[in-house]
Design a protein around this ligand. Sequence first.
Ligand code: DAH
Length: 345
Amino acid sequence: MNQLLSQLEDLRAEAQAALAQLDSTESSEAWYRDYLGRNGKLTALLRGLGQLSKEERPAAGQAANQVKAALEQALHERQAALKQAEMVAALSAEGVDVTLPGRPQQVGKLHPTTLTMREIIDICAQMGFQVYDAPEVETDEYNFGLLNFLPGHPAREMQDTFFTTNPDVILRTHTSPGQIRVMREHAPAPIRVVLPGKCFRNEDVTARSEMMFYQVEGLVVGRNVTFSDLKGVLLNFANQMYGEGRSIRFRKAYFPFTEPSVEVDVDCILCGGKGCRVCKQSGWLEILGAGMVHPVVLKNGGYDPAEFSGFAWGMGIERQAMLKRSIDDIRYFYENDARFLARAG
Ligand code: DAH
């Protein structure tokens, strides 16, 4: 009896020592098999109970049960500790550091040209202008002839043209051919439209000129449209676009499709007219070309110049964007540099 009890004690000590050595939940299963399983050491010891006398058996059985319960309890605790350690090890092995700052995603933004075009269209829409879409690929006739550029006239050389294999088909050099298309579609009804879109010129690319760029054309045709209507519309535009209290000035110019023709300046939005680097000390910034629609152009559009008059203007969208957003090189617009797009928006 005493021998059995001390064997039980030894077994408990041995099992607990072995338990402390375990290094994984997996190895704890082997431990269970070795000590508590059907063919384990405790079961083997219990077989010795049979040899004890009837009186001795209950006490010995009780002692054996205590050892078994204690070992089972110890196993559960050890398994829980091993499981926790394994989880910590797995987490640190995966290298998830939740304290690392997140990586910001680049989000898309509207291009400064699009933003500026929308601003211009919004301002004109408030003055009752509708948007008209005209083709980017034009005929020589619409781009030049019907706009009163005579064949061989030096004015054609003002705009270096991209030609196609068909000598009559070109990429439009300005949005002005849209004037003829609107007039022909709507004559003899009054017209008040803006025509935004891409234009192309076969020019050297510099800080000031690109071979592809955007313009917005404006056209008003009616029975009593005067030069002062033109001034009113453009002054309102300048105030909405560049801030209340702006002044504009007209300089005489030449365009074949308008008579008289002007170039229009706004007082420098940076120095307010005092003179600075941006306005080259002049106090003025050129923003567009304009004029009264030439009688020949009215006639080509289907309007009788004796009855109808009109005014028109054309402005570069990138130019407005550069002035408004302090961009000093037009080439940025087509480089798709995300830093520029984010900053200029
Ligand atoms: N089409 C001209 C250009 O691209 C700009 C222009 C000037 C348009 C006067 C007009 C205008 O409608 O009246 O240089």
